[in-house]
Design a protein around this ligand. Structure first.
Ligand code: PMT
Length: 413
């Protein structure tokens, strides 16, 4: 997918200064951002700051007219954006939007925009709880407009209450999910779910220039992360050393060794409902990596190895409620071995890969797998591009999550 395009509307409130950080966070996450200021927003944040940070001219009042190429600027902007976010959104902006008023560039563009809209309200708590604001929020929600915040905390007046704009990082995350999924971040099949995926190899240092590694490219894991995000999940990807771009809407954590991967996975595992370990974690590491480069002249070295922690096998304890999926890279198919591995790792699913073939598995564009589960017969997914396989697998894991929740409700009832 190309870079998600976000139009960030900024309205006139004290929280407008936070909009520069929202731009920065969106760009960090791979978005292209253009900004539109209302008339009063310019008193709180300068167009120049937003222009420099976003790398685009800022839409202001004069853009209401044609842009000199015979095009209406608000229509061009509405057709350009994948998502529109207004942060901060004042009570006045929400009222104008609810009534369909179009008296400046931002509201005219919002009226012409057909994609997902996210508002990050910011105002005094009395304004937020006013019946007029509540009615406008309800109208907008019923119309499919999404909200992030407001939060409770210190307000500009010095009082404490509900009305603070959500933190820029939370606004950026929410916009990303909407932009990537075309609204699925709130309504998608995995909306509201947290998914954690590991991908790629680990590199275990022998000395400062050499390592033990394997041929995993990370493609399978990255395809799964992209699909989870597309279905609206809040997706974290722990990536070993690979040369792949971060899928849109995915939070990526780069690691090198098995120990680093374990720490990153365990740090995020507690909040995840689905954990998929596609990473080809090195089972062994050199016991004592040399501090300096091992010299050829000293003769052939002997490498002593020791076992790495088994990340997946530790997950039932770290994340007892998560659905756990292991991938297995094997050269000879064996039902007995797959079943034993599933039990040994404590996983709910084991996805069996044949890495003896060059057209699938390590580094290949395609993959073909057999799915083993604790309950049920193994099923085979025929060879197809890893992106297509990722769709089938994420659908399968999502169904399993939903089945598990249904049976938990049944048991409780
Ligand atoms: O990355 P690609 O080029 O796209 O290739 C994809 C793939 C072939 C690498 C992938 O589909 C795959 O099979 N990944 C699992 C590779 C592997 O490590 O298999 P394993 O049988 O050694 O491990 C089984 C499971 O335990 C895996 O989920 C692995 O992440 C996990 N494990 C293994 C060792 C260890 N120390 N800790 C672990 O958590």
């Amino acid at each position: 997918m190309s870079r998600p395009r976000v139009l960030l509307g900024v309205t006139g409130g004290i929280a407008a200064y936070k909009s520069t950080d929202v731009v920065r966070r969106l760009i960090e996450r791979g978005c292209e951002v253009k900004c539109a200021l209302t008339r009063s927003a310019g008193s709180f944040v300068t167009p120049l700051s937003l222009e420099v940070l976003s790398g685009h001219a800022v839409y202001e009042q004069e853009y209401l007219t044609a842009n000199g190429r015979g095009e209406e600027s608000h229509i061009v902007a509405a057709q350009w954006a994948d998502a529109v976010c207004v942060a901060p959104a004042t009570a006045h902006l929400m009222a104008r939007l609810a009534l369909g008023l179009a008296d400046d560039f931002l509201t005219t563009t919002l009226l012409a925009f057909t994609g997902p809209v996210l508002l990050a309200p910011a105002m005094h708590s009395d304004m937020w709880s006013h019946a007029a604001t509540a009615a406008h929020v309800e109208t907008l929600s019923n119309r499919g407009v999404h909200f992030v915040g407001p939060e409770e905390g210190p307000l500009a007046s010095g009082e404490v209450g509900v009305g603070r704009m959500s933190e820029p990082v939370d606004v950026a995350e929410a916009v990303m999910r909407l932009a990537v999924s075309g609204g699925a971040g709130v309504t998608g099949a995995l909306a509201g779910r947290r998914v954690l995926i590991s991908a790629g190899p680990t590199h275990e240092p022998i000395d400062p220039v050499r390592y033990l590694g394997n041929r995993s490219s990370g493609k399978m894991g990255f395809a799964l992360a992209a699909e989870a995000a597309r279905q609206g999940a809040s997706t974290t990807l722990v990536a070993g050393p690979v040369a792949l771009p971060t899928p849109a809407g995915v939070e990526r954590i780069d690691v090198t060794t098995a120990f680093e991967m374990r720490d990153a996975v365990y740090r995020h595992a507690g909040e995840a409902e689905l954990i998929v370990m596609t990473a080809a974690v090195a089972d062994f590491r050199p016991s004592s990596p040399a501090g300096g480069k091992i010299k050829r002249a000293r003769g052939v070295p002997t490498l002593e190895l020791e076992e790495n922690p088994d990340i997946l096998a530790g997950l039932p304890e770290v994340a007892p409620r998560a659905l756990l999926v292991g991938f297995a890279a094997e050269t000879e198919p064996s039902v007995e071995e797959a079943t034993a591995k599933l039990a040994r790792k404590g996983a709910d699913f084991l996805i069996w890969n044949d890495v003896s073939r060059s057209d699938i598995g390590f580094g290949a564009e395609n993959n073909e797998v057999t799915v083993y589960s604790r309950s049920g017969e193994p099923s085979h997914l025929e060879r197809r591009p890893k992106e297509e396989l990722a769709v089938a697998l994420i659908d399968l894991f999502r169904d399993a999550l939903e089945d598990r929740e249904r049976s938990a409700v049944g048991t409780a009832g």
